[in-house]
Structure formats: structure tokens, C-alpha cells
Write a protein that binds this ligand. Structure first.
Ligand SMILES: [Zn+2]
Length: 121
């Protein structure tokens, strides 16, 4: 999958996102602020690995989220190892984001037997 495809899949499986014309419009996982990106180019948003790949995070959709470029950058900076934040702090932060991602989860037709199930927002 390309980055753009991953962004689109992350938006499809996030209940805050809806397709508006060619754009996906929803909420940033980190700051909850409004965010939109072009479904053809991905322009307007950044693909976030909630648990960073360098820490063992995967490309699984549950670990991917749509975020602002600035939020992604600030998250990276905040958890820069040089700042000596503890692994426990990092893990707690990641756990919160993973829980939020799960809370927003929206099953799509490609996700198996549970497909078609809609949840109220
Ligand atoms: Zn944001």
C-alpha cells in the first residue's frame, strides 16, 4: 500500500471521517482538530504510526491514524530520546492514542464478518 492508500484506509476506518467530494474530512487523532486531505494525493494530512516503527509499531490499520503534519512533528519532538522522557510515559501516551483510535473505529466492508455494522457517534 502506498502512503496515500494507507491514509485513505485509516480515514475509512475512523468514525470521525467522511468523504466530501474527493476529500476525506474528519478529526486529527492527536489534537482532535478538524483535518481534511485529498484522497488522490494525501495532501493536507500526515500518516501517523501511533506506536512508532522504531519502537516496534506496524502498518496495521489499528496503528495508523490521520494527523496534522504539525501534530506528528510535535509528537516526534516531544518523545525525542534526548529529552529523556521515560518509556513508561511514552507507553501511556501511545496507549491513550491507541484507545482513542479503537474508540473511533469504524468497520468497513473489507474488514470481515463484522462489516456493515455501524456505530453511532
Ligand atoms: Zn492535530
Amino acid at each position: 500500500m502506498s502512503i496515500v492508500e494507507k491514509l485513505c484506509r485509516a480515514a475509512e476506518t475512523d468514525g470521525t471521517f467522511k468523504k466530501v467530494g474527493l476529500d476525506w474530512v474528519g478529526k486529527c487523532l492527536i489534537c482532535n482538530g478538524p483535518i481534511a486531505f485529498d484522497s488522490r494525493t494525501g495532501e493536507g494530512a500526515t500518516l501517523e504510526h501511533i506506536l512508532a516503527r522504531g519502537r516496534g509499531g506496524t502498518d496495521d490499520l489499528t496503528n495508523l491514524a490521520v494527523v496534522h503534519g504539525r501534530c506528528n512533528w510535535e509528537k516526534g519532538r516531544r518523545w525525542d530520546p534526548k529529552r529523556k522522557r521515560s518509556t513508561e510515559d511514552y507507553q501511556a501516551f501511545v496507549d491513550r492514542l491507541l484507545a482513542k483510535r479503537k474508540d473511533r473505529w469504524r468497520a468497513t466492508s473489507a474488514d470481515g464478518p463484522d462489516s456493515g455494522r455501524t456505530r453511532s457517534l
